[in-house]
Design a protein around this ligand. Structure first.
Ligand SMILES: Nc1ncnc2c1ncn2[C@@H]1O[C@H](COP(=O)(O)OP(=O)(O)OP(=O)(O)O)[C@@H](O)[C@H]1O
Length: 908
């Protein structure tokens, strides 16, 4: 692109808008608090853990779309009262879209970027949902309106392109043939800058065509995501609208690009959750977003006069393609979207900081003229001059002169050249039009089919991608699976989908589904092994996570609302089948415990990911299995209060029987890495050469996301209540060791023995009637762990061992018994003596109300034992552990008697 004249460029900064969306269902259920407030264009965010910590930012625009709205009869979200503060789609468009449109009509490039964490409302603002059209469709409506209104003075052409960047690969979303391995190439030309080679540009004549192309592009995006087992919230979507305007009178042509960019969820940028993992998140997954951040930072530094040597545009595909939008030839607007909820504080703050930096970027936009048009214009101008000169020569009687002949020759040559350029252009147009007609025909065909047949509709985690794939079930038998080439088959791709996965039969207006042996089919949450008749709005899950809604014949469809059958609905149904569900909202207490809700939502979020991880493990022959568990579901603290619940993923190696417990964050990080490995493997292996039972994909251990060094595992715990000690009564117990989900892991025989300072058991005479008698006096007791019986952990694999860990009163670190291996009923025979040199009230309270929590730790081959850290421990000369050390008068006693425990052998 070439600027018409250097004096036409204008310098202006990137305009930044922020928008706060309403609470979503999850946030409402969890009783979230809104931590964002707006006054005019300034926005404040409150740290939910520290009411004094409030940060304020000021932007060009700030939109309150959190509250104060209602849904009108057409489904539009509008302010509750006229002039209310709620910013609807229209007001956002008036501020941001109209300006972009005007810029592009003037011939400037324009870019609109949506940035924010997943689910914060980027797609809502950019594309919109249902009648609440977003910036892109509104912009297209107005663009074609403007074109119609200005028909007399200019001729316009609009070209539409749509692409996706995922994992640094460019996918043309308007191309339906087989994808190029490695994606399309990004090239660079001096005049043009960076561009995508071979990207389709479809000419459009009205907004409806654009809408249909977007529908098609979204469909391709969905299919690509399922095929590659990729998550759309990690991909960037770019729509490029190219506008060519020919002003025949002035003989000028203006060409401008409008880039509309829905960026990947910003939370990935900070490799969320991978901090605690030995493997860092894969680089390519978020390279584009990280680089975008770096480019923005560098440009923001330039704007404040800092010396910046290098702007890293070339480091990622996204920044290459957005080079002109960032610090270059474009007028650029960024909309940063925010969740209002307290639980999203960190993400929202980071979005605001990002947006603040983007605000500083200075661009230099210029009016663009394409070289061909410029050439035609120059040729025409030259011919006009030649004609003048020739007519002068004619008047002067020099028509036959050599000079005149030469000029006439030049004139003809120029005209030929102009015609050639114009024909070429028209030919291009013809080709593109043919393309468009083909696409249009297939869309019309689909609409007709919807009125004739039942079909299945894809449901995606990303609401924007749901409902874009419709697979029709015509009369007769239809196999569904990977089988693309066989006749009478419906081809789908995805993790865990078999060559022939299941069979639909449509007979006498009834549709049945029969799973093929060995394939996974779930209907309405239940695994199906035999033929099942499908009802309108049944939920289907094929393979590990291909989710579809069954839509019956038109006569069965009625007026039922389908929107409730979203992705969460599918997963909740599946969780319910596993026994994990939220109480019915209308029964009993109507407010579910928010922490349980959070766990429930984590569970249903992770469930499909776990299914996918299992499928990848199977296809890569990694031999590990993943299972979701709720940590601490059945466990309580030393006072019997429920422990905080959380989701963990149990990872088991089938061969070695090694087990790992991964936190939610670690699992999510590992799943990204597994996807990278998997995609790499898929790319190297053409689909039709796939065979079962491949040799395992071998990776060096330090790069293998399926592997970790083994560690001891917490298997469960038992409570030994201490009340008897307050009366100096001995206690002998058979304790049930419960696993985190309430299953019995072992029986533990334990004793509490009140004793003298040198370990002799006290007699019946020493029993206290009033426990307060012990206050201020020395109290000695022994904790005895005799034996563990029926240890499930060792029953499962004999090459394992156990240890028991416990902590008494104010001991800062837990103590552990020595490790015992290979025995289902291991003898522990472990005795520890504790003493309080001067019993305090708080120790007495503790004894009367608390238990020692005895933790059962599982050891596996190759792991190190749990060690008692004796650093901070105090002991008497006899090797007795001193507790209750914080009492005021104890210090002196301690100084006199304590020796460092490290001198005392026999501790582990
Ligand atoms: N301003 C708004 N008013 C009403 N609903 C909104 C608004 N913004 C977002 N939503 C709703 O919030 C949900 C999530 O929004 P959206 O899909 O736009 O998020 P996103 O940031 O694009 O997420 P992803 O990165 O997964 O694509 C949608 O159901 C959408 O309808």
């Amino acid at each position: 692109m070439r600027a018409k004249a250097s004096d036409m460029h204008t310098k202006d900064s990137v305009k930044v808008a922020v928008r706060v969306r309403p609470f979503n269902k999850r946030e409402r259920d969890a009783g979230s608090r809104c931590i964002i407030s707006l006054v005019s264009t300034s926005i404040s965010i409150q740290d939910p853990r520290d009411c004094h910590n409030r940060r304020s930012f000021c932007f060009d625009y700030a939109y309150w779309s959190h509250s104060g709205f209602t849904r009108d009869h057409t489904g539009l979200f509008v302010p509750e009262e006229p002039g209310g503060r709620y910013a609807d789609q229209d007001s956002v468009f008036q501020d941001l879209g109209v300006g972009i449109l005007e810029n592009s009509l003037q011939g400037y490039n324009a870019t609109l970027l949506a940035y924010g964490q997943t689910g914060s409302g980027k797609s809502y603002s950019m594309v919109g949902y249902g009648p609440n059209k977003g910036l892109v469709p509104k912009l297209c409506d107005r663009l074609f309106e403007a074109i119609r209104e200005n028909q007399e003075n200019r001729q316009c052409q609009v070209f539409f392109s749509m692409l996706e960047i995922y994992n640094e690969q460019v996918v043309d979303l308007l191309f339906r043939g087989s994808r190029t391995a490695g994606g399309l190439r990004v090239r660079e030309e001096l005049q043009r800058g960076f561009y995508v080679e071979g990207l389709r540009k479809i000419p459009c004549e009205n907004a409806l065509q654009v809408e249909q192309l977007m529908e098609q592009g979204t469909r391709t995006r969905t299919t690509a995501a399922t095929q590659m087992n990729a998550n759309s919230s990690r991909s960037h979507m770019l729509i490029i609208l190219q506008l060519k305007q020919i002003f025949s009178k002035e003989s000028i042509t203006k060409q401008s690009n409008i880039n509309l960019v829905d960026l990947a969820g910003s939370e990935r940028q900070r490799s969320s959750g991978s901090e605690a993992d030995r493997l860092k998140e894969g680089t390519a997954i978020n390279l584009s977003l990280t680089t975008l951040g770096n480019v923005i930072s560098a440009l923001a530094d330039v704007a404040v006069g800092k010396k910046v040597v290098h702007i890293p545009y070339r480091d990622s595909v996204l920044t290459k393609l957005l080079q002109s939008a960032l610090g270059g030839n474009s007028r650029t607007v960024m909309i940063a979207t925010l969740s209002p909820a307290d639980i999203c504080y960190e993400e929202s703050l980071s979005t605001l900081r990002y947006a603040e930096r983007a605000k500083r970027i200075q661009n230099r936009a210029v009016v663009n003229e394409s070289p061909t048009e410029q050439l035609v214009k120059e040729l025409k101008a030259e011919n006009a001059r030649l004609m003048q000169k020739l007519s002068r020569m004619d008047q002067e009687g020099r028509r036959a002169s050599d000079e005149s002949k030469e000029l006439r020759q030049l004139l003809t040559q120029n005209e030929l050249q102009i015609r050639a350029i114009q024909t070429l252009w028209e030919q291009n147009l013809q080709e593109a039009l043919k393309d468009w007609e083909q696409q249009y025909a297939s869309i019309t065909q689909e609409r007709r089919m919807m009125q004739m047949y039942p079909y299945i509709l894809n449901i995606n985690e990303d609401a924007q991608l749901s409902g874009v794939v419709k697979l029709f079930i015509q009369e007769g038998d239809w196999g569904i699976g990977l089988c693309d080439s066989s006749p009478r088959s419906i081809s789908i791709k995805g993790l865990g989908i078999q060559e022939r996965h299941a069979v639909f039969r449509n007979e006498q207006r009834r549709v049945t589904l029969t799973p093929v042996m060995g394939s996974k089919v779930i209907v309405n949450g239940n695994t199906v092994y035999e033929t099942i008749e499908l009802q309108h709005l049944d939920r289907l899950i094929l393979g590990s996570n291909c989710t579809y809604l069954f839509v019956g014949y038109p006569s069965e469809r009625g007026g039922k609302d389908w929107s409730r059958y979203d992705y969460d609905y599918f997963q909740s149904e599946l969780a319910a089948a596993e026994g994990i569900h939220l109480g019915e909202p209308n029964t009993g207490s109507n407010q579910t415990d928010p922490s349980l809700l959070a766990v429930f939502y984590d569970y249903i979020k992770l469930m499909p990911m776990v299914a996918e991880a299992n499928q990848m493990s199977q296809e890569l022959s990694k031999g590990v299995e993943f299972k979701l568990e709720i940590k601490n579901l059945a466990l309580s603290d030393s006072r019997g209060h429920d422990l905080q619940k959380d989701i963990v993923v149990r990872v088991t190696s089938a061969g070695s029987k090694q087990v790992w417990m991964w936190s939610k964050a670690k699992f999510i990080n590992r799943k990204f890495l597994m996807e990278e490995v998997y995609q790499h493997f898929k790319a190297e292996q053409p689909e039709n050469t796939r065979v079962e039972g491949l040799p395992a994909v071998v990776l060096p251990r330090d790069k293998d996301p399926f592997w970790d060094p083994v560690e001891p595992l917490l298997l469960g715990s038992a409570h030994l209540w201490l009340q008897s000690l307050a009366f100096r009564i001995p206690l002998e117990e058979q304790l049930e060791v419960l696993g985190s989900e309430g299953t019995e892991e072992a029986i533990l025989q334990a004793q509490l023995v009140p004793c003298t300072f040198n370990g002799l058991p006290l007699g019946e005479d020493d029993i206290l009637i009033d426990p307060s008698e012990v206050l201020g006096r020395r109290l000695d007791f022994q904790l005895v762990l005799d034996q563990c019986c029926g240890v499930c952990w060792i029953k499962e694999a004999r090459n394992r061992g156990i240890q028991i860990g416990f902590r008494v009163f104010d001991c800062s670190e837990p103590l552990y018994t020595p490790a015992v291996w290979h025995n289902i009923n291991p003898l522990l025979d472990h005795r520890v003596q504790f003493t309080s040199l001067q019993t305090s009230q708080s120790l007495l309270d503790y004894l009367q109300s608390s238990a020692v929590v005895l933790e059962l730790w599982g050891l596996q081959e190759g792991c190190t034992h749990m060690n008692s850290s004796l650093e901070a421990v105090r002991m008497t000369a006899e090797g007795v552990f001193i507790i209750d050390v914080s009492g005021p008068s104890q210090a002196a006693l301690l100084n006199a008697s304590a020796t460092r425990a490290a001198q005392n052998p026999g501790w582990y």
